[in-house]
Design a protein around this ligand. Structure first.
Ligand code: FPP
Length: 255
């Protein structure tokens, strides 16, 4: 892990100390931000930041699973990220591909499955096929208690538009009526169907924005912001976010 001289304080293993394990969020969302700045600070190419970010993702996913958080959603590649230089886009696609190959090998042994939020049609065919294979093989496993949702070619507005179009097509075909539409029914048209809304959304790197990440699903989410850059984000920082979350009172519009 230390091949780029990581900041040890932030990558230390979490202890879960101070956490009430009976009141963990069911679903945590993370905007993995700050890879580029992390690399720049070290005089490295941005792609090195993404490689280090992919390591943080692995560590945090296993840590969530070990704590007993059933769902983790990460923002890996947005519908806007195609504007980045081709070299950077390919590097991220390669990291994703490597991760999926690894997931295919380890899902059964380690008891997790991977889902995707986003428009997979827009991905390079090889990566899209790998996503579909990972999805299929993961869903066929029995008794997995941890699901990672990777947002890939994802934008929250795009997700809502695709859902609205699918619902409108069902209305046109006579399978739905406008009168029957509720937020629960509409949720079933979203990429996140079947997944509870996120309880906690974390954004590292000091930015205080949602950036089109789960706008529908985050209506009642709690937010945690930290200046730590994503490649430095380790279990100890997640512990802090969870402790902060557990101090809050969630009222969902009530008193
Ligand atoms: C944002 O940081 C990060 C991304 C757009 C890419 C995230 C991708 C990974 C962590 C690697 C692959 C993921 C998995 C799930 C294996 P930035 O580049 O915008 O950082 P900056 O704001 O400092 O420039």
């Amino acid at each position: 892990m230390a091949f780029w001289n990581r900041k040890k304080t932030d990558s230390q293993p979490g202890t879960g100390e101070g956490l009430d394990l009976s009141r963990l969020p069911r679903h945590v969302g993370i905007i993995m931000d700050g890879n580029g700045r992390w690399a720049k600070k070290r005089g490295l190419p941005r792609t090195a930041g993404h490689a280090a970010g992919a390591e943080s993702f692995r560590t945090i996913a296993y840590y969530c699973k070990d704590l007993g958080i059933p769902y983790l959603t990460v923002y890996a590649f947005s519908t806007e990220n195609w504007k980045r230089p081709m070299e950077e886009v390919s590097a991220i696609m390669n990291l994703l591909q490597n991760y999926l190959l690894e997931a295919l090998e380890k899902m059964e042994r380690d008891g997790f499955r991977v889902h995707f939020f986003g428009d997979l049609e827009g991905l390079p065919p090889k990566l899209r096929d790998l996503c579909l294979r990972t999805l299929e093989e993961g869903d066929a496993l029995d008794g997995t208690r941890f699901q990672v949702n990777v947002c890939l070619n994802y934008g929250g507005r795009d997700e809502i538009l695709r859902a609205a179009k699918a619902w409108a097509a069902d209305v046109q075909a006579g399978r739905q009526t406008p009168e029957a539409l509720t937020d629960e029914l509409f949720s079933r048209y979203l990429d996140s169907r079947g997944v509870p809304d996120p309880d906690l959304i974390i954004r590292p790197s000091g930015e205080l924005r949602l950036s089109n990440f789960l706008p529908w699903q985050s209506a009642y989410a709690e937010f945690y912001f930290t200046d730590v850059l994503w490649p430095d984000f380790g279990p100890a920082v997640l512990d802090q976010a969870l402790i902060d979350y557990q101090r809050r009172q969630r009222r969902f519009g009530g008193v």
